[in-house]
Ligand binder design. Structure first.
Ligand SMILES: Cc1cc2nc3c(=O)[nH]c(=O)nc-3n(C[C@H](O)[C@H](O)[C@H](O)COP(=O)(O)O)c2cc1C
Length: 147
C-alpha cells in the first residue's frame, strides 16, 4: 500500500471545477421564488460538497459554484433547464486547483448595497454581462461580506 493509502487519503477524488454564470430572472420570479431556490440549493449543495455563492439583485442572477466535476456537470444541466431564469451566459467553466469559497451562500443585494460595494457601477448601471471573471468574483466576495 502506498503512503497515501496508509494515511487514509482518498485518492479517488475527482478534479474540482468551477462554473461562473450570469442570467436574468424570468418575469414571474419574486422574492418568494428566490427564497425557495436558496433553500433547495443550500440543502443540495451542502450534501454535494459544493461551495460558492448565488447573488440576486432583481435584474440578474450571478452564480459561482465549485465542486467535483461530475457533481457540477449534473447541477449545470438542472440549472440550465430551470425556467426561473433565461439568457444564461457562462463566463467560465473549468478546472480549478483550489476552492475559492469555503461553503455555499445566497445573497440578495438591494440598490443601497450596490452603492456601498460598487459605487461607480451603480451610477453607470450594473451590467455583469460585460464584466470579466476576476472582477465578477471580486464582486461576489464583496457582496458576501456585507450581505
Ligand atoms: C439561478 C438559479 C440557481 C440555482 N442554483 C442551484 C444550486 O446552486 N444548487 C441546486 O441544487 N439547485 C440550484 N437551482 C435549482 C435547480 O435548477 C433545480 O431546481 C434543483 O437543483 C432541483 O433539485 P432536486 O435535485 O431536488 O430536484 C438553481 C436555480 C436557479 C434558477
Amino acid at each position: 500500500m502506498s503512503i497515501k493509502g496508509l494515511l487514509g487519503i482518498n485518492m479517488k477524488t475527482e478534479p474540482i471545477y468551477g462554473w461562473l454564470y450570469i442570467s436574468q430572472p424570468a418575469k414571474h420570479v419574486n422574492f418568494n421564488t428566490v427564497q425557495k431556490i436558496s433553500t433547495v440549493s443550500y440543502r443540495n449543495n451542502r450534501k454535494r460538497n459544493l461551495s460558492g455563492a448565488l447573488i440576486y439583485d432583481h435584474r440578474h442572477f450571478i452564480q459561482y459554484v465549485e465542486g467535483e466535476w461530475s457533481v457540477i456537470a449534473a447541477l449545470r444541466e438542472k440549472i440550465q433547464l430551470n425556467t426561473n431564469h433565461y439568457e444564461i451566459l457562462t463566463v467560465t467553466f473549468g478546472e480549478i486547483f483550489q476552492r475559492r469559497f469555503k461553503n455555499w451562500t445566497m445573497s440578495y443585494i438591494g440598490y443601497d448595497k450596490y452603492q456601498q460595494i460598487i459605487p461607480a457601477l451603480a451610477m453607470e448601471g450594473f451590467n455583469p454581462y460585460i464584466m470579466e471573471e476576476e472582477r465578477l468574483l471580486e464582486i461576489i466576495k464583496a457582496i458576501q461580506m456585507v450581505a
